[in-house]
Design a protein around this ligand. Structure first.
Ligand code: HEM
Length: 261
């Protein structure tokens, strides 16, 4: 059985729109949230530490990025005469994988989930608003609620009630005769990770739950799509180039045909 309807809030992220780009401070705050909270269960095994220094990304100074990597131990099979041993991670290593087996890897999560759909499967909403991956993550993290009334009329089920999570189950008594969910969302296996004031930000940014959730969602958008800004710039250059080319071709065409008209 699936959950009820969910509504994903359309946050304004700085990387949206044709001219959008990542906000370095926001990505650094998101990295902090990931490190202090999410990494207790989740991993990010497709992201290399060196990329934390990327321009247009979190842009950590080289020495900070190295120091960050060194906090992690990685297994190196070449050490100890081929027997292998642990050593501190270097910039070339990747983040560890999930430590909790049912917690999915978060490297690509912002591209693996869609927050916006339809209307009626046309995909128009996604064309104008984007896929909504980071919006989904930010909404999910701030959508834990008290169990719905209907839940108390049948056997309890495992998990935590979240009004933005569509893929979990609901207690039997929360479905009507046709099997439709009567409440939004469903039960998720992840306990509420954020409550607001979960972190101390060095830049003094608000630590309300919505802001912390948006910061980590923005960071996960960067891990999933680190080349977003370069791609947008290349696209823009392409459009300008084609515009100029069109004008030149139009004028050439006029000139070539002028004698015959
Ligand atoms: C699932 C993000 C912290 C355990 C997920 C999902 C996301 C996510 C995006 C996927 C939901 C989906 O399938 O649509 C985060 C973030 C965290 C965080 C950004 C930090 C702010 C934690 C912590 C734990 C945890 C601390 C463990 C105590 C899980 C588990 C699932 C999950 C078990 C699978 C849920 C299910 O499929 O029912 N998380 N998480 N997460 N997370 Fe987290």
């Amino acid at each position: 059985a699936a959950g009820g309807e969910v509504h994903v809030h359309d946050f304004d992220f700085p990387f949206e729109g044709p001219f959008g780009s990542y906000d370095t401070n926001q990505l650094q705050r998101g990295l902090q949230v990931y490190t202090e909270i999410c990494s207790a269960c989740h991993g990010m095994e497709y992201v290399a530490f060196r990329n934390l220094s990327d321009e247009g990304g979190p842009a950590l100074p080289e020495d900070q990025m190295r120091a960050y990597a060194e906090q992690f131990e990685v297994w190196d099979p070449t050490l100890f005469d081929g027997e292998g041993d642990f050593r501190p991670a270097t910039p070339a290593d990747k983040f560890p994988g999930s430590s909790l087996s049912n917690a999915p890897d978060l490297s690509l999560m912002a591209k693996a989930r869609a927050g916006f759909h339809g209307p009626y499967g046309t995909g128009l909403s996604q064309l104008f608003n984007g896929m909504g991956g980071p919006e989904y993550i930010a909404t999910l993290l701030s959508s834990y609620e008290e169990e719905p009334e209907c839940a108390f009329d049948s056997d309890p089920i495992d998990g935590y009630y979240n009004t933005a999570f569509a893929n979990g189950g609901l207690p039997e008594s929360c479905y009507d005769e046709d099997g439709h969910a009567m409440v939004p969302g469903s039960y998720i296996a992840m306990a509420q990770p954020l409550y607001g004031d979960d972190v101390d930000y060095a830049d003094g940014h608000s630590t309300e739950i919505e802001h912390v959730a948006q910061d980590v969602a923005a960071f996960l958008m960067w891990t999933a799509e680190p080349k977003l800004v370069a791609r947008k710039q290349a696209g823009l250059t392409g459009v300008i180039f084609l515009t100029v080319l069109s004008v030149l071709l139009y004028l050439t065409n006029k000139r070539l045909w002028a004698p015959y008209k």
